[in-house]
Design a protein around this ligand. Structure first.
Ligand code: BDR
Ligand code: CA
Length: 311
């Protein structure tokens, strides 16, 4: 079983990713989950992580709170997509499980330094602030993680919060720059992939047909989440970003891309948070990330429905 840490800012699509992980316990051991500020402030992302754990029957999971603010910028949030709570769309009880009395960055450092080298995978579904703080505390974690698999960035597809930047990178570009410069093996799931994963009605219907409570809650969350793209772009559903990270661990063959260099713009007002992907290897800079570009969308949604049915 692959040992994973999920760093997240739920977010309905983060919730879907966490559900996919908890539904895949033959393959994945969730060592802990860490909340970061992003879609909504930390109080709410922490609450939302715990709501999802309890929905999955995993009130025993270890949940840590991390950064309230990006490394050096003001927090930007996304209530326009995810609603006031970050998890609008379904009525769920307030969580009863508590958070662990340790900062997420310390949890990340201690876990990676404790476990054998190359056995812990970091799964990041939000801004990279917690991972950057962990790297500042203990740079040696970069050489010990198995992989960091992230949802973030966009290249041919452009940005979704500015013309140049994807939200997770935009929220904390300094943290992203720290991570991409760290030498960690990185797998990146950009908008180029996630925009191929629209929550079309026929796909969501397969989840609804499962008939379980977790499946119905997920369907309700997705109905709220997708309205933003449907209203703004007239698309058939919304892009299911974050579960790509977990799906990659379960079925890497669903994805293809290229190992290339990625640098993060942190200065320019116009393009801050841009992931500058050297797809054509014109810069001479060392490749530092496996950048995905294509996904088998039907295979992805089949996997999601099959796994959520196990919860
Ligand atoms: C990313 O931003 C968040 O709103 C989503 O949860 C996802 O992680 C997509 O740009
Ligand atoms: Ca997210």
């Amino acid at each position: 079983r692959r040992k994973i840490i999920i760093d997240t800012d739920p977010g309905q699509d983060d919730a879907a990713a966490i559900m996919l992980a908890f539904a895949s316990l033959d393959e994945l051991e969730v060592l802990g989950l860490s909340a970061v500020a992003g879609n909504v402030p930390l109080e709410l992302t922490s609450r939302n992580v715990r709501i999802v754990c309890e929905l999955c029957g995993r009130g025993d999971a270890l949940v840590y709170e991390g950064a309230r603010q990006p490394l050096s910028r003001q927090l930007v949030t996304a209530e326009h997509v995810h609603g006031r709570t970050g998890l609008d769309g379904a009525e769920l009880p307030e969580p009863t499980m508590t958070v662990q009395p340790k900062h997420a960055a310390d949890f990340i450092v201690e876990t990676i330094m404790r476990e054998p080298t190359g056995t812990v995978t970091l799964c990041t579904l939000g801004a990279l602030t917690n991972v950057a703080l962990a790297l500042q505390k203990e740079p040696a974690i970069a050489g010990r993680v198995q992989e960091l698999v992230m949802m973030g960035g966009g290249f041919f597809e452009g940005g979704n919060i500015t013309p140049a930047a994807e939200f997770n990178i935009y929220v904390d570009p300094d943290a992203a720059a720290t991570v991409f410069a760290s030498g960690m093996p990185i797998v990146m799931m950009p908008l180029d992939v996630t925009h191929q994963l629209l929550t079309r009605k026929d796909r969501v219907a397969k989840i609804a047909a499962l008939g379980t409570r977790p499946a119905q809650v997920l369907v309700d969350w997705l109905a709220f989440f997708e309205r933003f793209d449907e209203e703004k772009y007239g698309s058939d559903g919304g892009p299911l970003h974050d579960p790509t990270v977990i799906a990659y661990l379960l079925k890497p063959e669903l994805f293809s891309g290229r190992h290339c260099n990625v640098e993060i713009e942190t200065q320019s007002e116009l393009t801050v948070g841009m992931t500058v992907v050297d797809w054509w290897r014109v810069s001479g800079r060392q490749p530092n990330a496996m950048v995905m570009r294509h996904v088998d969308a039907d295979g992805f949604f089949d996997l999601l429905a099959e796994r959520v049915g196990r919860l």
